[in-house]
Design a protein around this ligand. Structure first.
Ligand SMILES: *Cc1c(COP(=O)(O)O)cnc(C)c1O
Length: 234
């Protein structure tokens, strides 16, 4: 037991140090990067250990898991939906999330808006972009994002707060930098268009294998699982 506690705590301390170093390398000293602890497949006991060391945000990729953990842990921590979201599951998580990272289609935007309106809330979302155009991944292609934004701007009960991407699983740092830089530039382009009812506060990019590169390229929200909790066995 003790060993597990120490290792989760040490892992988080080490990641926070790496985040600061990456910010320094990028000339972004003093800026903030939010750490989302990705808790998919992680049991509540270990999640609570992470929360005990100061984790404020956790990410799940399945609605059912998010609900389950929300019911046990409660709102002492912020919940992020980071996985593909089926339209018929939206009603189960409305009001439980701080941020939904995976808005990728009009039908989902409309359902989120409708359910949020019913609950008298505004749901914050990120648009997921499939920068590398991988067939196995969800998300809009880069050149479809502006059109998508124009289509959903009049939905008043969702608010776009930024962009999210999942980079390819590779050690090719040049390719990774390219992906992250492309998303950063898209964000800047959107900012320059001064849309109302939209902000670009968050650039959610970077996971265990690539978070330092992502921060060097402008990320301010990283989603990290295995570097905190160890390898997942699934
Ligand atoms: C699993 C997952 C992560 C975390 O992955 P690690 O490599 O374990 O850090 C981040 N984002 C999404 C969308 C995920 O599904």
């Amino acid at each position: 037991m003790g060993a597990i506690k120490i290792s989760i705590q040490n892992n988080i301390i080490m990641i926070e140090e790496n985040i600061d170093k990456a910010l320094n390398r990028a000339g972004r000293k003093g800026e903030k990067v939010e750490l989302i602890a990705v808790t998919k497949t992680v049991d509540v006991e270990r999640i609570n250990e992470a929360i005990g060391t100061g984790i404020l945000n956790i990410g799940e990729n399945k609605v059912q898991e998010l609900e389950k953990k929300y019911n046990i842990i409660g709102d002492t921590v912020n919940y992020h939906m980071i996985g593909h979201l089926q339209t018929n599951k939206v009603r189960n998580i409305i009001g439980k999330t701080r941020l939904i990272h995976s808005l990728d289609r009009i039908s989902l935007a409309k359902e989120l808006d409708k359910r949020s309106k019913n609950n008298d809330i505004v749901t914050d979302v990120l648009i997921q972009v499939n920068v590398a155009e991988e067939e196995t991944k969800f998300g809009l292609e880069v050149d479809k994002v502006l059109y998508f934004i124009e289509e959903i701007l009049d939905l008043n009960n969702i608010k776009v707060r930024g962009l999210m991407t999942i980079a390819p699983y590779t050690t090719d740092t040049k390719l990774l930098r390219n992906v992250f830089r492309t998303l950063f530039n898209l964000k800047e382009d959107i900012i320059n268009r001064n849309y109302e009812n939209l902000s670009m506060d968050y650039l959610s990019m970077g996971m265990t294998n690539d978070y330092e590169l992502a921060i060097e390229e402008g990320s301010n929200m990283v989603r990290i699982g295995s570097a905190i909790f160890g390898k997942r066995n699934y």
